[in-house]
Design a protein around this ligand. Structure first.
Ligand code: PLP
Length: 391
């Protein structure tokens, strides 16, 4: 296997990086040497195959409009088949500029203003925004927190799904920020309830490739033909290969009527296109990126275990569980005895480390923080030291 250097620290300051250069905008003035451990992107280089493909394309020097050919969709389908065992057809795939643009387009296509869209906080903050910004109603079915291990509250979900005003369930699978990789029986139960109540399932699987053994991501739509017919699955190479700035994602939709509806909605918003470098990177990543992904996951798994041990030994008042998937850790800091703003203030100004405040993910996240561990281990160690020093 090729050797990839995940230990190398790459200077990202002054590169238009949201994570490194965008902290002031979100948190007020942060210290110059603050260490960013927020925003879900990685501090690793993308796979060399991806970098080389982009370099070659850049050297061609012509950057006209892009046409995604069948071979690109075959690359996506090949990846999904080999990594997740879901046998999808290239013509089920629609390309778009991001998972959130696809979700927004799906909401507009398959619900009307005022309809309820169900989300399960604590959850990725733009889930709230995309519903509200499209004049739909955010309907919350909070996850159950069983001592840091989260599950879907299917008892409370049932009557919410039965309300005819609620049209869509937006599922985060694996779940950001709690790191759960939903099991087959959990997905099956939710999927069945959606079918029985005529609720569309949008399954955001952007973190699908970031799952640690022995857990395994199961695409919701792969579970049965009925679920396939009622599901829009959103995937992207962006998290896996650290290319979110290239704005490339895919919706996988076996049902022709759903596919047509989403295509029309993307066209109406003129967002169903690709960036030339996004497409080139996606092709290279999905065709050549499997061994890089394996090694990246192994590296992050070690970071995860190290961070969990650190918290348990050095900060035992912090509640922490190893995430089953994603490179995000969900830290219960309510034991600090401080209010939630004070915790953020301490981290940023005393510790000089920036995490995502948990209340961004819904009121259930109040007192929690989300830590991004996809970085060289030396940076992680420095970040953990700073978190400890904050208190
Ligand atoms: C669950 C989830 N969905 C979507 C996104 C963003 O997707 P995109 O940048 O393709 O819109 C993220 C980014 O962190 C995410 O965690």
């Amino acid at each position: 296997m090729t050797y990839y250097d995940f230990d190398m620290v790459h200077e990202r300051k002054n590169t238009c990086s949201l994570k490194w250069d965008g902290m002031d905008g979100r948190f007020g003035t942060v210290p110059d040497d603050a260490l960013p451990m927020w925003v879900a992107d990685m501090d690793f280089l993308s796979p060399p195959e991806v970098i080389n493909a982009i370099r070659e394309r850049a050297l061609q020097g012509v950057f006209g409009y892009v046409h995604a050919s069948v071979s690109s969709f075959e690359a996506v389908a090949g990846w999904v088949r080999s990594i997740h065992g879901w046998d999808i057809q290239p013509d089920w795939i629609i390309s778009c500029t991001g998972v959130m643009p696809a979700i927004g387009a799906a909401i507009r296509a398959f619900s009307r203003p005022g309809d309820g869209i169900i989300i399960q906080p604590p959850v990725y903050p733009p889930f709230f925004r995309i519903v509200a910004d499209n004049d739909r109603k955010v309907v919350e079915n909070p996850l159950v927190n069983d001592q840091g291990y989260y599950r879907i509250d299917t008892d409370s979900l049932r009557p919410i799904l039965e309300d005819p005003g609620n049209r869509i369930l937006l599922l985060c699978s694996p779940h950001n920020p709690v790191g759960r990789v939903w099991r087959k029986d959990e997905l099956e139960q939710v999927g069945r309830m959606c079918i029985e109540t005529g609720t569309l399932l949008i399954s955001d699987e952007i973190h699908a490739d970031l799952v640690f053994k022995p857990d395994r991501h199961i695409p919701s739509a792969s579970i049965s033909t009925d679920m396939a017919a009622n599901t829009i699955t959103c995937i992207s190479p962006s998290k896996t290969f650290n290319i979110p700035g290239l704005q490339t994602a895919y919706a996988v939709i076996p049902a022709p009527s759903l596919r047509k509806g989403l295509q029309a909605s993307l066209r109406a918003a003129s967002i169903g296109t690709h960036n030339v470098f996004g497409l080139v990177a996606s092709d290279a990543a999905y065709i050549h990126g499997a061994s890089w992904r394996e090694l990246m996951l192994e590296y992050i798994r070690k970071n995860r275990d190290q961070a969990v041990s650190f918290m348990r030994e050095e900060m035992p008042w912090v509640g922490v569980r190893p995430p089953e998937g994603t490179y995000l850790m969900w830290l219960d800091m309510r034991g600090s005895g401080l209010d939630t703003e004070e915790v953020t203030e301490r981290l940023i100004h005393k510790g000089r480390v920036v995490l995502d405040p948990g209340y961004w993910f819904g009121k259930e996240g109040s007192g929690w923080q989300r830590l991004n561990i996809a970085c060289p281990t030396t940076l992680l160690e420095e970040g953990l030291k700073r978190i400890k020093a904050s208190f």
